[in-house]
Design a binder for this molecule. Sequence first.
Ligand SMILES: CC(C)(COP(=O)(O)OP(=O)(O)OC[C@H]1O[C@@H](n2cnc3c(N)ncnc32)[C@H](O)[C@@H]1OP(=O)(O)O)[C@@H](O)C(=O)NCCC(=O)NCCS
Length: 181
Amino acid sequence: MVTIRPLALTDAPCMAELGDNEKIRTNLRDGFPNPLNAELAEGMIRRWMEKVPATFFAIEWNGEYVGNISLSPGEDVYRKTAEIGYFIGEPYWNKGIATQAVNLIVEFGFKELGLARIHTGVFEYNHASMRVLEKCGFELDGVFKKAVMKNGKIWDEVRYSKINGFKVACHTDIIDNPNKQ
Ligand SMILES: CC(C)(COP(=O)(O)OP(=O)(O)OC[C@H]1O[C@@H](n2cnc3c(N)ncnc32)[C@H](O)[C@@H]1OP(=O)(O)O)[C@@H](O)C(=O)NCCC(=O)NCCS
């Protein structure tokens, strides 16, 4: 069974043990520490814990920490959009865990946060992540050609999004946009 819950400082040692892996790092932005240790993981979790509402979650599989998943809401006109990010520890790959976790956080983002859109960019070689997004009903937005520099090479970024099927409150737009008819 897969569940998500807000990250806690006590997750730091497990996050470091699973996250300090080149196969994970190569699919994430360079801001993800290299190497990752428990002290750095604790600092990251401490910063994420300050966010209200909580948008950085631990993924649990049968009650065990197995990875992280997050929503990072945009600002200004992008405030109803969020970027999704995630990783699963390598021993737990290909069990359907990411797919279930993405579905859970998407439901949270749409129902609890009232988001209109959730999106992400996947490096061109990360076929497992593209498959996860497609299984979760994300659609291909397009390819940002040569958008990414990772490990000394330039790569395409494949962009996916999912749109909220529920009605999103937008009455403030009438106030915000004086040009709206
Ligand atoms: C991507 C990642 C989250 C997937 O997690 P997971 O729990 O293994 O995902 P799932 O088991 O739910 O689904 C994986 C799917 O990808 C497929 N897959 C795995 N490796 C693949 C590959 N090399 N090529 C194509 N498909 C692949 C699996 O077969 C499965 O699809 P299926 O159910 O149709 O068989 C995990 O590999 C990971 O953490 N990678 C490093 C970090 C990362 O990439 N984060 C996302 C950045 S955009």
